[in-house]
Design a binder for this molecule. Sequence first.
Ligand SMILES: NC(=O)c1ccc[n+]([C@@H]2O[C@H](COP(=O)([O-])OP(=O)(O)OC[C@H]3O[C@@H](n4cnc5c(N)ncnc54)[C@H](OP(=O)(O)O)[C@@H]3O)[C@@H](O)[C@H]2O)c1
Length: 304
Amino acid sequence: MTRAALYDGLGGPDVLYVGTVADVEPGPGEVAVRVRAAGLNPIDAKLRTGFVRSDAPFPRRVGSDLAGTVEAVGDGAVYWDGTPVAVGDEVFGRGQGAVAERAIASADALAKRVDAVPAEVAGGLWIAGLTAVSCLATVPVGEGDTVLVGGASGAVGLIAAQLAAEAGARVIGTASARNHGFLRSIGVEPVAYGEGLAARVRELGTVTAVMDCHGREALDAGIELGVPVDRMVAIAAYAAIDELGVLNVERAARTPANLERLGDRIARGSLVLPVVNTYPLDEVGAAFTDLESAHAPGKIVITP
Ligand SMILES: NC(=O)c1ccc[n+]([C@@H]2O[C@H](COP(=O)([O-])OP(=O)(O)OC[C@H]3O[C@@H](n4cnc5c(N)ncnc54)[C@H](OP(=O)(O)O)[C@@H]3O)[C@@H](O)[C@H]2O)c1
């Protein structure tokens, strides 16, 4: 049996509990992972509250980001580059119901983890990291660009901001004042979000691209600043995509090859993804309360 975070009905973090579920053996192309770390994401909370609809039966499991050790290998399970998966491999990526002691993952949604990338960091990279990569795939930026990243202190935003800076762009990022020092530490010029954003950004320079990693405010500012709509990407402001004609983040870049490249950057020290807090599995409710309140830049992680 496996201990896993579960919920029987929609609601706040208080509906979460830890229960036992039967161990499932990996099917063809799958592996079973002993979870070392599972990063939490806003989508986990949106599914739990019903803000995002799901038809999955109750009790529902939680989470999709993980890092851990391969415990069992299904028939024909190979990594994205064709190499076979072996029991004992350290991996990270996407798993089903990752907030648990053990989870099933499709081998082609995993990358190999090296020691230089701590499990707590690797276990928070799939959604945030690949969404950030996807922002840059949707709106490529480089030297000569000035990018406005909305929500640059969030997990997606702080990775997108660093990737844009690495590509040679100047990066302006919105965050609350307490996180401005952090943004400066990763090479981002901070600006407060809220009313008057466009005017504050105009004083800093001419924006050529917008990545909105929180809501639509940076997109509205981009419109006011005359940024072409095909140079603006949204990850969370779904209504703005239709209303403003900005681009929805494309999904093609969510590949394990790109995940492995993110891991390489972290190993080299050219990308940082801070771990804000770690919680044992039994404190999953407190961990989500932390995620859903104002928190420091980076990931909240369960370490079963
Ligand atoms: N479409 C997709 O595929 C996709 C993928 C991943 C995430 N998302 C969505 O993207 C959003 C961010 O995810 P995340 O993992 O980065 O969340 P996160 O780590 O919890 O970060 C959220 C950030 O939002 C910032 N924020 C709060 N109010 C803001 C405002 N009015 N303007 C600008 N920023 C504000 C906060 O900044 P301060 O702390 O500085 O106030 C915080 O750092 C979530 O809505 C998530 O569901 C979508």
